[in-house]
Design a protein around this ligand. Sequence first.
Ligand code: NAI
Ligand code: BAL
Length: 499
Amino acid sequence: MENLLTHEEYKSIARGLLLPTTAFVDGVYRPAASGATFETINPATGEVLAEIAACGAEDVDFAVGKAREAFEDGRWSKRAPPERKDVLIRLAKLINRNARELAVLESLESGKTILDCETVDLPETIHCLKWHAEAIDKIYDQVSPPSDNHIAMIVREPVGVVGLVLPWNFPLLMLAWKIGPALAAGCSVVVKPAEETSMTALRVAELAVEAGLPKGVFNVVPGTGPEVGEPLGRHMDVDMVSFTGSTETGRRFLRYAADSNIKEVVLEMGGKNPCIVLEDAGNLDRVAAHVVNGAFWNMGENCSATSRLIVHADVKDALLARILAHAREWSVGDPLDPGTRVGALVSRAHFEKVAAYLDAGTRTHLGGATEGGAWVHPTIMDVEPLSAAAREEIFGPVLAVQTVQGLDEAIALANETEYGLAASIFTTDIKRALRGARALRAGTVTVNSFGEGDISTPFGGYKTSGFGGRDNGLHAHDQYTQFKTIWVDLADDDDEAVG
Ligand SMILES: NC(=O)C1=CN([C@@H]2O[C@H](COP(=O)(O)OP(=O)(O)OC[C@H]3O[C@@H](n4cnc5c(N)ncnc54)[C@H](O)[C@@H]3O)[C@@H](O)[C@H]2O)C=CC1
Ligand code: BAL
């Protein structure tokens, strides 16, 4: 990549970074009300990067209050759409101007490779914000003609104060997926970053104010799930929560909403995503490259990662040979080395969770090993259909392989999961591809490729993978918008009144 720096240059930038460590509320950085802090660790070195404000219910309440004030006085919610667009485009440009610093910060906190941060996370974050900004003044209200004597306007209004609860695997991109449409709609937001990765969200909130976003509209409250996420989920003055993370925590947000003000809840949760390769898949080398990318990109810490390979017996050996050849190219190493493809897992605790699955297969084809308490080598293993490794979300670079004899068996096995986020199918027969794609119970199905789609296409899951709406696409704007119907009676004053 011609724009990448050297390993030494990245390390030098890392040493010089100014780290944002306190909450960002009402346009300024401020410590937690209690003064408490927690350590944020660089997972690749085990070193403490910074002490971050450990916020709690009092801080959440303060941030929600400021977000509410901002929403009600209309400083953002009632600004003309073209003006909101200009501010968000300025924010995208500021992120672009600070992209290198943000990429290094993202990599340091999360263990993600600098290669991905520079070439995927930052460009996609910037593109996402621009895309939603550009959409703001192109979404029209509607008029319904119920009768000659009536007219009904269907108008969109911002939902209000929104809580955005983020995961650690794509800290910046998930922030953008949520603030893009939320701010575009005119909402005020209170962001709760994952405790492993608080700093890039804090820095983006600061840049947003520099871009002209009024204070109080974009607040960030760092802290743990129980101390910040729960009070946000239970807050009586939060109108909606959008969450990305585990299915277990997603369920909690439904309970919080039910027990409080029945706020709207949108959940993007786990996956155990199948990749079906049929005997007529065509160029197996190309298929293998997709499978390896789907399984090991971002260390498999990706809700839509290819975590199950369901392969036809006739091509299994040939495909596996090519998969192993591609996977061996994925070098494990320091995330700040631009040659590294597999960085550190996000935390020691997560490393231990993933490592516990490494001997759960019936036969290991590759990997099965760890390194330095932070790295898991790309691992490929055969698994039994009902085993934990075949059913549970591992969220690491582990590919579970199962063999089938035909399409129907493959579909049945693919759907035999509580999840339904993503799936892929490889075949050169268009009818089989479409029959398979329709039968797969997943929010995104890719044919002859691996991918999550594009900012323009909705992303979310079936079954326990998703609830309440979709990220991305214009559909995402619906989440952050209330529809109001305004009826007008067009009858003359002396006509008989009818309902
Ligand atoms: N769908 C996805 O993209 C993600 C899935 N996961 C899955 O979840 C597993 C566990 O990872 P975690 O980081 O523990 O995920 P998590 O779902 O617990 O964390 C996601 C967010 O929810 C917050 N949270 C945690 N407990 C909470 C609570 N009781 N109330 C309110 N908010 C709470 C966290 O602080 C974080 O901001 C992973 O191994 C992986 O399988 C994790 C991250 C992202
Ligand atoms: N793959 C984007 C959503 C996520 O993994 O959190």
